[in-house]
Design a protein. Structure first.
Length: 175
């Protein structure tokens, strides 16, 4: 009898937990997105899978944008499975600057902060990155091609006087 009571007690908890963790459909997530974050809308929903052409060391890279906090934030999860690299970026509207701000934290000790803007057909993020023996400016540019592929152009510079240097360009498709 106690076993039956225990099982009947646990079932509602499991049902509630599974409902709380059910991902919303991408179109429903995008509808909840704050207008101030609307430049992020095309990225939300699918998992973007890609790689860096001509660099097999990195292997597959996955990106996933999702709406958080009733549409007032967007989270980007990025992982590179071959190198056990994880990066979590949160985008949000910063009232004091009147811009979309971001905070990115990786599992290898790097933290980046900056701002994002839509510039024509591109989404451009620029900020400062700090980490083990690193303090530099970073830029990441996202752009779609006519076939719906997503290009990610990573750049950095070590000082304001320095030129932007390309780290790599990754190419992604929606899955």
């Amino acid at each position: 009898m106690n076993l039956i009571f225990l099982i009947l007690s646990i079932i509602p908890i499991l049902v509630c937990a599974s409902l709380a963790q059910s991902p919303e459909a991408p179109e429903k997530q995008a509808r909840k997105l704050s207008d101030k974050l609307s430049v992020l809308k095309p990225f939300i929903g699918p998992t973007w899978t890609g790689s860096i052409p001509n660099d097999s060391r990195m292997g597959e890279i996955n990106l996933r944008w999702e709406v958080l906090l009733n549409g007032f934030a967007v989270r980007l999860g990025r992982n590179i499975l071959n190198s056990d690299h994880w990066l979590e970026t949160t985008y949000y509207w910063d009232e004091s600057s009147r811009k979309i701000a971001y905070l990115a934290i990786s599992n290898n000790g790097f933290v980046s902060k900056g701002f994002v803007a839509g510039q024509g057909e591109e989404l451009v993020s620029e900020g400062d990155q700090q980490g083990p023996d690193t303090n530099r400016k970073v830029r990441r540019i996202y752009k779609f091609d006519k076939q719906g592929k997503l290009y990610e152009d990573d750049q950095f510079r070590n000082s304001e006087a320095d030129e932007w240097r390309r780290t790599h360009i990754s190419i992604f498709v929606a899955k």
